[in-house]
Every structure is written in structure tokens, then in C-alpha cells.
Design a protein around this ligand. Sequence first.
Ligand code: C5P
Length: 235
Amino acid sequence: MAELVVALDVSETRKLDELLEVLSGSPVWVKLGLEALSAFGYGAIGRAREKGFKVFADVKYHDIPNTVGSASRVVTRAGASMFNVHCSGGAAMCAAARKESEEEAAKLGMARPIVLGVTVLTSLGADDLGVMGFAGGAAETALKLASAGKSGGLDGVVCSVHEAASIKARLGENFLTLTPGIRPAGAGVQDQKRVATPAAAVKAGADFLVVGRPITGAPAPAAACRAILQEMTKS
Ligand code: C5P
């Protein structure tokens, strides 16, 4: 059963608290990414947990294994139930994230966080990838990076709905996929390019659907959230 993750891309305390309040009680995760974590620090993870949410910390770590391993301990201690690293940091870096978050969680007597890998940022085109030395385009590069992540022990990857089925076919049904770029039929796409509806994402086998502005920018965010959850369960 796919789960909904609401992206709280805000940097004003008032806005964060408002969204946590209005969404509290909804069976959703929240995602705190670079904007929110830069503005509020990792304390925001605890604030969201206090309101009853599981938190996906979209930290996108990318550094040497030792540094990423230590940071993974910090984000685990802060209370993230899921966080991510860039697969392009290599299998050893991914393994450090997995191992050290697991050790830290065991020390604290809590469940270990899910660790995901970012494959190819959806803002990168084939030309950008070529300059970086990735021949073969986005889909093939995403699969290669996802394989590197899997061999480092990651639980899954962040990818577009359009790649979710092929990643699962290659790396196994249990390898998780988290898909942003979700837009209910008729909603504005804003800056997203390759969008899919919640129903299409569920059909493609995505485990987590990330939705931001169609909920956070709606006149009634809780109602918008309910409508998406309904579409997901009907699919
Ligand atoms: O508002 P919207 O639904 O477009 O938000 C999508 C969220 O998913 C944002 O937080 C964005 O940073 C994130 N994301 C994305 N595309 C990726 C990776 C992350 O849209 N490839």
C-alpha cells in the first residue's frame, strides 16, 4: 500500500506550524528538505514528530563515507524515519549511511530509518549528464546509480514515476521507490516537467508519493490531502 508524503517546503516558522497543525491527524508522512532544514535546523524533525508525523528528512548527503556516516547518525538521532543520500557518492558511502544509521538507532532503541538514494536529479538533461561523464541518458544512468545504491545496502531510491516500474523490475519488488512530480488531474504543474497523477504513481508500483504545492498551496490543505489519499486507495 503506497503512502503519501507531504513536502513542507517552507522557511517561515508560522507557515510550518500552520501546516503541521492543519495536517495533524492525516495518515501521511511529512518531508522536510533543504529549505526547511536550513531555516529551522534538525529541531524541526522533532517538532513534526511531536505532531504525530513520520518524517522523511530529504538531506541528500554526498560526501566521503566517514562524513556521511557521521551525519547519518545525527539525522537518525534527530528522529528521521527516512532520509536520503546521493547514489553517485558510491556504494561505500551508501553503505556507511546504512550501517551508521542502523547502529545509532539500535543504540537509541528505536527502529532504523529507511535510507534512500537519489539517482538522477530530474532537472538534469542528457547534455548535463554527458558533461558529468554519464553516457546513456537519464533512464540508464538512474538504473546504474540505483544498482550502486542497492549494493551499498540502500532500501530504495528517489525516482520519477516513469522510472519506478523498470527500477523494480531490475532491482526487485522490495526495493523501494519514492516518486515526486505528482499532480492530481487538473492541478497546476508549476516547475515540474514529468508529472504523473497519484493513480498512475500507485499503478507504477511507487511505495511513497511526494506531493508538495498541490496540498500546501491549496486553500484547504487538509481537504486536498484527503482527496489525494482517496485517489490512491481507489487505484
Ligand atoms: O511542490 P511539489 O509537489 O512540486 O514538490 C515536490 C518535492 O519533491 C519538492 O520538495 C522537491 O524538492 C522534491 N523533488 C522533486 N524532484 C526530484 C527530487 C525531489 O520534485 N527529482
